[in-house]
Write a new protein. Structure first.
Length: 80
């Protein structure tokens, strides 16, 4: 069953920007925010999975690779 989420004290400019973005995509504000929250939840799940994979891999190869080294290698691979 779906749940109700209420967010208070949203600044006027943020509310206006969200309404504008929703309107531009032909969605209600609720529909737009529901979709965005789904994407946000998915990103959190992917990040959590990636963390588990990194920790498992580090454990399996008995190595500690720091975050900056991983990011550097990822960025290097994107340039290729």
């Amino acid at each position: 069953m779906s749940k109700i989420v209420q967010i208070r004290d949203v600044p006027d400019d943020v509310h206006a920007a969200l309404e504008s973005a929703a309107h531009a995509e032909g969605l209600s504000l609720s529909g737009f925010l529901r979709r965005e929250m789904g994407q946000l939840a998915n990103r959190a799940a992917v990040a959590s999975h990636n963390r588990r994979v990194v920790l498992h891999t580090q454990s399996a190869i008995k190595s500690k690779v720091d975050r900056q080294q991983v990011l550097s290698l990822l960025n290097e691979g994107r340039r290729d």
